[in-house]
Each structure stands twice: as C-alpha cells, then as structure tokens.
Design a protein around this ligand. Structure first.
Ligand code: PLP
Length: 417
C-alpha cells in the first residue's frame, strides 16, 4: 500500500494539538523557533512518555524478577505489561516472542550471533540489500568472517527501489538468511516485505526485517508479514533511547542458544551445568532497561491513540509537499525517488557539501541530518559522499517544510550556488 493511498492528510488544528504534546518543540535555537526534521535519527518525546518514566522512578523503581518485596513486584508487573503492550502493537502471537534489547542494532546482532552463526558453513550465503544501514550489514560481515559464509547484495534501481526479481533469483540452496530493511533510512524506500518474505519462505530461507525506520510510520503486523524476526528501536517511535525490541517467532527463539550469560537468563546454576531460562528471558541477561520498557509502552499507547494510519497519511502529505517544493530549487538533486516512500527526503545541493548545507540550515533553526546516514554503500551507489536528509514525524508541518526551503535560499546566498 502506498503511503498516499492510505488516508487523506490531517487538518492543521489536529497537528497543532499533537505538537502541544511535545514540550521540546517550544525550544528556540539561535533565536529561531526549532524546526526539527531529523526524526530518522531520533524522534522527540511526548509528555506521556516523559511522565511514564518519571512516574515509574517516583513510585515503582526496583529490580525485576528478583525481589519478593512489593516494589519489585510492581516493577516486574510494569516491565512485563510493557512486553504485552509491544506484542499487541506488533500483533505478535505471544508475548514471549518479544525480546527486549537496546535497539535495532543489538537485535540484529543477536540474530546474527545466536541464530545464523551456529548454522552457517563456509560457502553459505547471507542476503542483504544495497540500501541497508550499517547495522544490517556489519553484523552479517562479522558472521561471514566467523563462519566462511558469503555476503550477497541485492541491487536497487536508480530510484532506490529494490530489484525484487533479483532478490528472488538470488535466494538459493545455500542462503541461510535474508536481512532486509522495511524502510530505507537514506532513501525512504518502503520495501514490499510480505512479498519478499513469501519468496524467501518458498525457498526455506528465514527473514529478519530491520524495522527501525518503519515502526513509527507504517502499520506493522508481524503475523501478516510472516517474518521470522523483526527489529526496532524505541527512540525512533517517540520512546526512550536504550530500549528496543527483537520480535521472533517462538519456535525460532526456542531453537536459539542464548547469546549473553548472566543473571535472569538462567533457571539453575551449578559449577557443572547451567539450565537456561524460558524464552524470552533466556535472551535478557542482567538488569534490563525497566524504565525504558515502561516509556516504550507509553509511546506505543500514544501512537496507537493517534493511529499509525493517520500519522502515515500526514507524513505522506508532507513528503509530497516537500518533494514538490524542493524540486523547484535548481541545485537540488533528490536521492531516493522510489514510487513507494516513507517521509524521508534525501538530497544533494549542487557542489556544496552536505555538512555545509546542514550547518547553514541549522543556523536558520532547522535541524536536518547531513552525512552518510550510516549507509555508506548507498552513498557509493549514487556517487555522492553524503546527502542532506529531512525526515518527518507526526508533529511536522508544511510550515516546517517552508522553513527548510527558506533556509536553503540562505545556502544559495552563502555559496553563490
Ligand atoms: N536500521 C536503520 C534503517 C536505521 O535507520 C537505524 C538508525 O538510524 C538503525 C538500523 C540502527 O538503530 P539503533 O541505532 O537505534 O540501533
């Protein structure tokens, strides 16, 4: 489903109401109102999330799964209720399929080390796409170094769309894993995950989806997608940093060895032998980010209260508006023009380095990302060292886009471009 087809955009008063939920949007930078367009890097936090964490620390704080005292029970209840909330948000079949991690990066490393590494033999293959974030490349390169497996890269076309037929052709007898981003952070491309999973499963290949850039923008139903693993970070969906999720089908988790040892992931320990805990705790060694889990659950409540479809429709409207506005600037070359895109606008500005563009734009109060976006192979694919990236969230407005366009005229003045 293309973002534009989901729903009509949202009226200005509704967006103004949403904005009031985010205290940081009242900040001024360089004496200008903050225009925050770096949501792909991290999103701002609504009061509901800030309050949930504060309330947890003020009333419930204790360690989980360890104490008989009341506070420990309250902390454990909050932590496990957050897991149930996440399972519901993703439509997971069971809450045991939700493993807490630090974020997407840790989730993918867990799958690489605990699921693929024990299976992979020299000459086996791991498929990734040409649009992956380093988090979905480097963990696989490490597994390749450790096992002798080989990394295969599915190409993208000039618009940034995945070559789905090449993906299908590249799935083979020796493919041990297909690791695919749901939405590209550097290009905005939305991949047809359901189709890719079906093709992979038809050849017996498991799929891990990097959902870092999708989770806050498109509906995610892991049972409908049928993926084996789905990873995301709390901070990209209005939640805290340092907390993230690995969803995995229960049978996959059952079959996987733990990847870190320590407290909480065990049933019994003697010096002769340790019996591991049940899933998902088998993968959660040590004291977890309890307040982070509580904050993430509050973020998911917040997003569900608005509705991910409404958010997606609003961001699609902003993307269409921004794409049109920015294309009128002759120096701008868009990088990433796939037909199905989330609210990410990546571009280069003549010969001006992206860092210079980002710095000048920042002085006008507009926060954008400038760099390789942890996707250096994407930059190499387009022959550019870096891009400027504006990425939208539910609180952005057409006025924010106008401020970006206005700030880009300042770049023209400074560089005479
Ligand atoms: N994957 C994608 C597509 C991303 O955009 C990011 C972060 O920008 C990550 C993975 C890594 O997320 P984190 O740093 O939260 O682990």
């Amino acid at each position: 489903m293309k973002p534009m087809e989901r729903m009509q955009g949202v009226d200005e008063e509704t967006v103004a109401q949403w904005r009031r939920d985010f205290p940081i949007l009242e900040e001024r930078v360089y004496d200008a109102p903050l225009v925050y367009l770096d949501n792909g890097a991290t999103t701002q936090k609504p009061r509901a999330v800030i309050e949930a964490e504060r309330a947890y620390y003020e009333h419930d704080n204790a360690n989980v799964h360890r104490g008989v005292h009341l506070l420990s029970q309250r902390a454990t209840d909050a932590y496990e209720a957050a897991r149930a909330r996440i399972a519901c948000f993703l439509n997971a079949a069971r809450q045991e399929e939700i493993v807490y991690v630090r974020g997407t990066t840790e989730a993918i490393n867990l799958v690489a080390q605990s699921f693929v590494r024990p299976l992979a033999k020299p000459g086996d293959e791991i498929l990734v796409t040409a649009m992956e974030h380093h988090s979905n490349i480097v963990p696989w390169q490490m597994v390749c170094e450790q096992t002798g497996a080989v990394l295969k890269v599915v190409p993208i076309d000039e618009s940034g769309a995945l070559d789905v037929e090449a993906f299908e052709r590249m799935l083979g007898e020796r493919t041990r894993m297909a690791a695919i981003t749901h939405v590209s952070n550097a290009l905005g491309t939305i991949n047809p995950i359901r189709r890719l999973v079906a093709a992979a499963h038809a050849r017996g290949v498991p799929v891990v989806v990097d959902g870092a850039q999708a989770i806050a923008h498109v509906p995610v139903d892991v049972q409908a997608l049928d993926c084996d693993f789905y990873a995301f970070s709390g901070h990209k969906i209005y939640g805290p940093t340092g907390i993230g999720v690995l969803y995995a089908k229960a049978e996959r988790l059952e079959a996987m060895p733990p990847w870190q040892g320590g407290g909480d992931m065990i049933r019994t320990v003697t010096f002769e032998k340790t019996q591991y805990n049940a899933i998902p705790w088998k993968f959660e060694a040590g004291t977890p980010n309890i307040a982070g889990a509580v904050g993430l659950a509050a973020a998911l409540d917040y997003v569900s209260g608005i509705g991910i479809e409404a958010i997606g429709a609003h961001e699609a409207d902003l993307l269409a508006y921004a794409t049109q506005a920015i294309q009128h600037i002759p120096q701008v070359r868009l990088i990433g023009t796939a037909p199905d895109k989330a609210g990410i606008l990546s571009f280069v500005f003549g010969d001006v380095h992206a860092h210079d563009v980002g710095t000048i734009v920042d002085r006008c109060g507009v926060a954008v990302r400038a760099g390789h976006h942890c996707a250096m192979p994407v930059m190499q694919r387009y022959g550019v060292p870096a891009t400027v990236r504006a990425s939208f969230a539910l609180y952005n407005t057409r006025g924010d886009v106008d401020a970006l366009v206005q700030a880009l005229t300042r770049v023209r003045e400074v560089f005479g471009a």
